[in-house]
Design a protein around this ligand. Structure first.
Ligand code: ADP
Length: 164
């Protein structure tokens, strides 16, 4: 019984690091729901709609992957979707402390929620959405870090005078 897993995150924007976790998860679980967190306090570069669109474009060749968004508690969204597996990627030991805290909190809130950690592909261990944004801001190339539509969207954002 593999079941359905939810893969939650900010995805501001999606990188090859995220996609690696999603692709590998899709081989293990029957279905993967990528869930974009609409968290206004994080002040994202991309709107939730833009982040969902970029994820849909980037996962369109994966038939058992779908993309959705949520706000509020992840476990409430998971319950609504009748999902009890959460898939998270781990890049470094430094990710572990926060991820463990998150997993234990979710378990406290709902004991049926099981978190699965997948270690990053070593190729992407340095990669984060923040690094991609930083490089794009100064017009460096991110073609090895994000799919083409994401690169294009980043260029558009940083051409506009409103983006910081
Ligand atoms: P959050 O804001 O919740 O950390 P992110 O969008 O940054 O959301 O990340 C979502 C998930 O993807 C997290 O589990 C994170 O650890 C994982 N992740 C991010 N970048 C990478 C990467 N380069 N390799 C593996 N996992 C990653």
């Amino acid at each position: 019984m593999a079941g359905i897993a939810i893969c939650p995150g900010s995805f501001d924007p999606v990188t090859y690091g995220h996609l690696d976790i999603i692709q590998r998860g899709a081989k293990v679980f029957d279905e993967v729901i990528v869930a974009v967190l609409n968290n206004s306090s994080k002040n994202p570069l991309f709107t939730v709609e833009e982040r969902v669109e970029l994820l849909k474009e980037s996962t369109k060749d994966l038939p058992n992957v779908s993309v959705d968004w949520f706000e509020g508690l992840m476990i409430d969204f998971a319950k609504k979707k009748k999902v009890n597996a959460v898939l998270r990627g781990l890049r470094a030991i430094s990710d572990y402390e926060y991820e463990l805290q998150l997993a234990l909190t979710n378990k406290k809130l709902d004991e049926n929620i099981e978190t699965f950690f997948m270690p990053t592909n070593s190729h992407y261990s340095f990669l984060s959405s923040s690094i991609v944004k930083e490089i794009s801001k100064y017009h460096g190339s991110v073609s090895e870090m994000v799919p083409e539509p994401v690169e294009r969207a980043l260029k558009e954002k940083y051409l506009s005078p409103r983006a910081e």
